[in-house]
Write a protein that binds this ligand. Structure first.
Ligand code: BTN
Length: 333
């Protein structure tokens, strides 16, 4: 698969490296491609940033050791234990945002459970109008089309339960100790590793469809993160110390989320909310919540049956339905 971000020369360089069985000098590569050794070196650096493992040795040159794993629909579907999700898996190299793409397709009739994945996003969307950092081939950018028979007020629960699915995968498949920060941030060692964006379409009383977007930092390394994220974000690779197969991870997340989704649509949300609360130790914590441009300060009393955050404020009890939470003091630590 070629990358639309990559120049034809970088493609040629990659082809040349693949053809060589061992080391090849920068000079020889330069001659072959009509480039200076400095340009070869720059392109090698670009490939390394994309996840190619290329070693270099003085007097010997460069050798391609390992190529990054590409997303693969067959690998995702093979043996997948899902009855509803991923009958169709769409994968592209680059897209504006998998959520925007899935939304467009849902408007045209995409079915419940269709999965949209991209190797990179040029306009990855975060919650509350933020952008989502989406480097090529490093992470998971996935959106699911859902057509739940739910009243709109219950839609936020989808995001909560998707974050629960990711947290349970991290715990049971990768041995991590994740926490959830309301509504649906997954944190490991206090840093964000996964974010979820739920976008619904419908009328006041009925939901036509929901696009549920999941972004997971998988193989991105700390030094590859933008400076403003280094102190607050992490990845599976950083936490586990080795690379993770994104195809395997996608499979596990789909398998974990499907029963929670079916549980919600068959009104088992009480039990699922209990499971969510086990990962979200926010009761008693002092928080600042930004809701529609206003900052509300309070102490968390709990999460209600619709997934709203219940706060005790100086003006009495207040329910927060959407917003950004800053925890001033966690109660449990
Ligand atoms: C957040 O701000 O925490 C939500 C981040 C959601 C990111 C994912 S990546 C896949 C999907 N496509 C997007 O543009 N956003 C979501």
């Amino acid at each position: 698969m070629t990358s639309s971000n990559r120049s034809a020369k970088v493609e040629e360089l990659l082809k040349a490296l693949r053809e060589e069985k061992g080391f090849v000098s920068g000079e020889r590569l330069g001659e072959k491609l009509g480039l200076t050794r400095a340009s070869v070196w720059k392109m090698i650096r670009k490939l390394k940033e994309e996840g190619y493992t290329i070693t270099s040795k003085p007097k010997m040159g460069y050798a391609l050791i390992k190529e990054p794993e590409a997303l693969n629909g067959l690998a995702i579907k093979e043996g997948l234990k899902c009855a509803l999700f991923a009958k169709k898996v769409h994968i592209v190299e680059e897209v504006d945002s998998t959520n925007t793409w899935a939304f467009r397709e849902a408007l045209k009739g995409a079915e419940e459970g269709e999965v949209f994945l991209a190797e990179t996003q040029t306009k990855g969307k975060g919650r509350l109008g933020r952008t989502w950092f989406s480097p090529l081939k490093k992470n998971v950018y996935m959106s699911l089309v859902l057509r739940p028979k739910l009243p709109p007020r219950k839609v936020p629960l989808l995001g909560l339960f998707a974050s629960l699915a990711v947290a349970e995968v991290f715990k049971y498949s990768y041995g991590l100790n994740p926490l959830l920060k309301w509504p649906n941030d997954v944190l490991v060692n206090g840093k964000k590793i996964c974010g979820i964006l739920t976008e619904a379409f419908g009328e006041a009383e009925v939901v036509a469809f929901v696009v549920l977007g999941i972004g997971i930092n998988v193989n991105v390394k700390r030094e590859e993160l933008p400076l403003e994220l280094r102190g607050i974000a992490t990845s599976l690779n950083e936490e586990l110390g080795h690379e993770i197969s994104r195809n395997e991870l996608v499979k596990k997340v789909l398998e974990a989320f499907e029963p929670l989704y079916l549980g919600l649509t068959s009104q088992r949300e009480k039990e699922l909310l209990e499971r969510y609360r086990n990962y979200c130790p926010m009761d008693g914590s002092e928080v600042l919540v930004e809701e529609f441009g206003q900052v509300v300060e309070g102490i968390v009393e709990g999460i209600d049956e619709e997934g709203a955050l219940v706060l005790r404020t100086s003006q009495g009890q207040r329910k927060i339905f959407a917003g950004d939470v800053k925890v001033k003091r966690w109660a449990s630590f």
